[in-house]
Design a protein around this ligand. Structure first.
Ligand code: AMP
Length: 214
């Protein structure tokens, strides 16, 4: 199975990608996670990306294409993968096509998860990340907890810079302007499956699995 999970920031791509990755035992490749890890590790890439990410803008195409090429050439991608957060521009989509062609991969599908923008703003602004492991939780999930349910670090929750309301609105704006052309690109190829992201995590997952089994 080879999927591209597509949708506005906060629509639930990462959560669904993780569930599918566990179910089908294929890697979950999140370009946002790769960049956040680089920032944490203070690599050259991380230093370049940090400010751009904090402003909610897009990291340059060439950098992103380099990251995806490197990652898809690893052996664990041989049997399938789920890419979350890439491509975000038509140039990235064209370069991804070129790479998949080289790798003789033809069965790619794009899952378009859509949701109302105001709901997305509410959702993102009320989620918290663990500064140690990067896991994301809703406020309700960590209401009575002072440690991360994933890695147990105490008092590690924070509101990501790019989950603050002004930055969220900017990310949504960028998504609308530069990312929706990606959807058209895949629609022309008949590779898009659309799904409403506004149910609970389980509801969306059940729906997704149903669609994928068809
Ligand atoms: P995400 O966690 O997918 O929302 O990504 C967080 C941030 O990483 C984005 O707001 C961008 O700054 C950057 N980023 C992630 N993926 C890409 C991409 N494919 N192209 C450009 N920038 C990206």
């Amino acid at each position: 199975m080879r999927l591209l999970l597509f949708g506005a920031p906060g629509v639930g791509k990462g959560t669904q990608a993780k569930l599918l990755s566990l179910k089908f035992n294929i890697p979950h490749i999140s370009t946002g996670d790769i960049l956040r890890q680089a920032v944490k590790d203070e690599t050259e890439l991380g230093m370049k990306a940090q400010e751009i990410m904090n402003r909610g803008e897009l990291v340059p195409d060439d950098v992103m294409i380099g990251i995806i090429k490197y990652r898809l050439n690893k052996n664990d991608c041989n049997t399938g993968f789920i890419i979350d957060g890439f491509p975000r521009t038509t140039k990235q989509a064209v370069e991804l096509d070129r790479l998949l062609h080289e790798l003789e991969i033809t069965d790619i599908r794009l899952i378009n998860i859509y949701a109302d923008e105001e709901e997305i703003v509410k959702r993102l602004n009320s989620r918290r990340a663990c500064k140690t492991c990067g896991s994301i939780f809703t406020l309700a999930e960590i209401e009575n907890s002072d440690h991360c349910p994933n890695c147990s670090t105490k008092n590690s929750f924070y509101l990501r810079e790019d989950d603050k309301e002004d930055v969220i609105r900017k990310r949504l704006d960028i998504f609308r302007k530069s990312t929706e052309s990606v959807l058209n690109y895949y629609e022309k190829q008949g590779k898009v499956i659309s799904i409403n992201g506004l149910g609970s995590v389980d509801e969306v997952n059940v729906e997704l699995l149903k669609i994928l089994s068809n």
